[in-house]
Design a protein around this ligand. Structure first.
Ligand code: SDX
Length: 391
């Protein structure tokens, strides 16, 4: 009997009970207070605060405190987290050597994953999973990720790495270390908003990876290294690089329709930046990033990539089975208009999401249960053994 599937992805058993939930679609595996997504309505909350308000009114530092402590910081707490992040900057030599030794042909996400793992070797207490120890490591990872990405970015261009600037906050300092000069107010705020928007998203693939590793009572560095590996995939964080490559391949607005028609002849084709495992309408983060795609285009003197993105969105929403942009669709043209090259778009996603990963590691270990799902074995059992001379 060919198993049936339901829209949750369950394969019903012969007894008519839910069997396999491919991709864990529709399966609830734990409680969380960190993030709520209402997929049918396109709503997203960090600890109960609507993402649209947080993007509009918060800095990334405020969101770091919110995600690590469960409440918006007051002035003293904000000054504390800002200082802690600045004090935790400065890549250890051992990690700098790892980045320097990476082949120039290596993928930036591979360098980030390796350098993040090397951070554990330079931590005085990498396996200290006490509440203080785990928050200290979270702050160290959040503070160090921008410098790892920026150092790798500059070395690939034959440029000297730039040390962090203690005068600049998180987003501005990231751009400073990338370009070697302090960003303008607009660029700094655009990056800050992008970091707020990408910071957390409940049990997505990379976060759930971190939770699975944390659930074995392994350490924060192991969990974050695993999460980076998951985020790299083009079906997850790697999509933003795919979006800009799509726009550059289409090149002109007149090519959009024929390009899409040709691609969609292949049933397995997936348009990067569209669709979502949870949102079945517009991803609220795309609403905000669309505004910044237009804004950065106007600041740069060309809204072509924004216009093309808007045209593609209109076509995809008008299909028989509408598809909506997700967070990656407009972040691509925004970063491109900020003069950032495609190969660091997924590392930028990781620079932001590392706080969400850390928050989930903390929550998982606060009320832990080893994560160990069942498998639907579809092979044979009790097969007669075949000795070597009869195989
Ligand atoms: C992120 O989970 C998170 O929260 C992730 C994230 C976060 O913040 O952590 O939001 C970040 O990863 C966003 C997603 C980035 N990925 C992409 O943009 C890659 C392109 N998107 C697709 O691969 C897809 O939409 C997924 C993987 C994101 C979600 O896919 P689902 O829910 O598993 O859906 P599916 O692949 O089973 O497709 C269901 C239907 C299919 O049609 P039918 O076979 O039913 O006729 O929708 C179609 C698919 O063909 N479809 C697409 C499509 N996405 C879904 N068709 C073409 N292009 C797409 N992008």
């Amino acid at each position: 009997m060919i198993p049936q599937t339901t829209n949750q992805g369950f394969v019903m058993t012969e007894a008519g009970t839910p069997g396999v939930a491919y991709g864990l679609r529709g399966v609830t595996v734990d409680d969380t207070r960190i993030c709520k997504i209402i997929g049918e309505e396109g709503r997203l909350y960090y600890y109960g605060y609507n993402i649209l308000e947080l993007a509009e009114r918060c800095t990334y530092e405020e969101v770091v405190w919110l995600l690590l402590h469960g409440k918006l910081p007051n002035k003293t707490e904000l000054a504390q987290i800002t200082k802690d992040l600045k004090d935790a900057r400065g890549l250890p030599f051992g990690v700098r050597d790892v980045i320097k030794s990476a082949p120039k042909t290596s993928i930036p996400m591979d360098v980030l994953r390796t350098a993040a793992s090397a951070l554990a070797l330079t931590d005085p207490a990498p396996n200290d999973n006490s509440p203080e120890g785990i928050v200290r490591k979270a702050i160290r990872l959040i503070a160090q990720f921008p410098e790892i990405v920026a150092m790798d970015y500059r070395l690939r261009r034959g440029e000297e790495p730039v040390a962090p600037n203690p005068e600049l906050d998180h987003a501005a300092n990231f751009l400073y270390m990338l370009h070697g000069k302090a960003p303008g107010k607009d660029a700094a705020r655009t990056m800050d908003v992008a970091l707020v928007l990408h910071a957390e998203h409940s049990f997505n693939a990379s976060t759930f990876t971190a939770r699975v590793i944390a659930a074995t009572l392994s350490d924060m560095y192991s969990a974050i290294t695993g999460a980076i590996g998951a985020l790299k995939g083009p079906l997850h964080g790697g999509a933003n690089e795919g979006v800009i490559m799509t726009l550059l391949e289409i090149r002109e607005p007149a090519n959009i329709k024929p390009w899409l028609e040709k691609k969609f002849q292949d049933k397995g084709f997936r348009l990067m930046g569209f669709g979502h495992a949870v949102y079945k309408t517009l991803d609220p983060r795309a609403i905000v990033l669309k505004k910044y795609s237009k804004k950065t285009g106007e600041e740069r003197g060309t809204t072509k990539w924004y216009e093309m993105s808007d045209q593609i969105e209109g076509i995809m929403k008008g299909r028989e089975k509408p598809l909506y942009p997700n967070v990656d669709f407009y972040s691509a043209s925004t970063y491109y208009m900020m003069g950032l090259p495609p190969e660091i778009y997924t590392p930028i996603f990781a620079v932001s999401r590392v706080v969400g990963w850390c928050a989930h590691v903390i929550e998982q270990q606060a009320h832990n249960k080893l994560i160990r799902p069942a498998a639907n074995y579809i092979g044979e059992v009790d097969k007669p053994f075949v000795p070597m001379d009869q195989r």
